[in-house]
Design a protein around this ligand. Structure first.
Ligand SMILES: Cc1ncc(COP(=O)(O)O)c(C=O)c1O
Length: 412
């Protein structure tokens, strides 16, 4: 028993398991992996000076990057860099306030018009990150008495938005239309329904059956929300994403996108009918109570969108190179998940094998991402292509992968 300075007696034990930091000190997974020489996170990249297309710097080495979401390879594009630098010169380095009050620039308004036009919606709203966009939109749009019908494999930002919302959440099996229909049928008639899916799933790279989803949703008056983080810039006749690719862009009610992938910047957006966007602008707390995107980030997206419109061949090349990689890996016997996007995941059954494989690939100068369960349903070597990759890059990756897998005795 202790007596505090105020004289109050406390039975509280100080320190040890009673310390709120105790769980952090007992959290040994990273250090266990580090001791085994298998830790693959927080790798440090340097500047890109002297790096060729598709390469990044790690220490004093140039490494072939097959783990980036810079799908259109625009991060280092001279027009994007110059737009960003010019915006800093003209607007300064930050906005120092929320959009609602003192943080709206003419650049934000212009970009929101362009984004709305890209995805065929009346209006759009930009957020500081894609995560914030999903979190804010799902939690603000839904109420008690509503239900969110979510694909099982949603990104954490959508899951967190659903958790924060007072609405009921029901999950349908990943891309399983039959199960989706059963979940729809099970919704009580008084519940308002929001269906939530990714256009291109971030880990497996597969495309949602959006045609089926919108067809089944209509008779229920359900609204459809699609996260196009990995679809925009990659799929569709104008690069608007999976919904455009499948011919259902006008049937999707809300399109979410991020700037951190094809659009070479940081931030995110939601596009939809004007009343929805106005509602979010005034009620979505992560939007109202957070500073707006700096001019440099906004201008970079504007330049990336211009290149997306003017150079469709970038997207075509990206899709061709990803298919070439898929074909080459399949021919070598690797278990490649079927797909048609920039994401090419290879199933590696054992977690330890996967970590070793990534580590050795990196030693050989190739960066890829290990995706461990439960981040995906199976352990995956997640390879992502960009428009900067060539067939020579792919050949080097495949040859190295075959050699390293053999060395590690991993069955392709
Ligand atoms: C499907 C999906 N949605 C949302 C996000 C969050 O985007 P951001 O990185 O811009 O916060 C990501 C990022 O990985 C994602 O993959």
């Amino acid at each position: 028993m202790r007596v505090s300075t105020s004289g109050v007696t406390s039975k509280r034990k100080i320190g040890g398991s009673n310390d709120i930091f105790e769980k952090c000190r007992n959290f040994t997974r990273p250090s266990d992996l580090q001791s085994a020489g298998l830790y693959m996170y927080f790798e440090v990249f340097g500047d890109r000076e002297g790096c060729g297309p598709g390469e990044v710097r790690m220490g004093n080495r140039r490494v072939l990057m097959f783990g980036s979401n810079d799908y259109l390879a625009l991060i280092t594009h001279p027009k994007v860099k110059e737009a960003s630098a010019e915006a800093v010169r003209r607007y300064g380095s930050g906005c120092s306030g929320s959009r609602l009050l003192n943080g709206t620039l003419d650049l934000h308004v212009r970009l929101e018009h362009e984004l709305a036009a890209l995805v065929h919606k009346e209006a759009a709203i930009t957020f500081a990150t894609g995560f914030q966009a999903n979190y804010a939109a799902l939690s603000a749009l839904t109420d008690k008495g509503d239900v969110m019908l979510c694909d099982h494999n949603l990104h954490a930002s959508l899951v967190e938005g659903a958790i924060r919302s007072p609405a009921r959440t029901a999950r349908f099996r990943h891309n399983d239309l039959e199960h989706f229909e059963r979940c729809l049928e099970n919704c009580p008639p008084e519940e308002r329904i929001l269906i939530v899916s990714e256009g291109v799933f971030s880990m497996e790279g597969d495309i949602a059956d959006l045609r089926g989803i919108v067809r089944l949703a209509k008779p229920y008056g359900a609204r459809v929300y699609v996260d196009e983080a990995h679809g925009i810039g990659v799929l569709g006749a104008t690069g608007a994403g999976a919904a455009e690719h499948l011919g259902v862009l006008d049937d999707v009610d809300i399109v979410m996108g991020t700037f951190s992938k094809s659009l070479a910047s940081v931030g995110g957006f939601i596009a939809g009918e004007r009343s929805v966007i106005d509602y979010l602008k005034h009620t979505a707390r992560p939007f109202v109570f957070s500073a707006s995107l700096p001019a440099a980030s906004v201008a970079a997206v504007g330049a990336a969108l211009e290149i997306l419109r003017q150079e469709p061949e970038r997207r075509m090349h990206l899709l061709r190179i990803a298919q070439y990689l898929r074909d080459e890996l399949t021919a070598k016997g690797f278990a490649v998940l079927a797909g048609e996007t920039a994401i090419v995941p290879v199933v590696i059954r054992e977690e330890l094998d996967l970590c070793r494989l990534c580590k050795m690939l990196l030693e050989e100068g190739i960066y890829t991402n290990p995706v461990l369960r439960p981040a995906a349903a199976q352990n995956l070597l997640r390879i992502s292509c960009t428009a900067a990759h060539t067939e020579e890059h792919v050949d080097r990756l495949v040859t190295t992968l075959v050699r390293v897998a053999k060395k590690l005795d991993i069955e392709p």
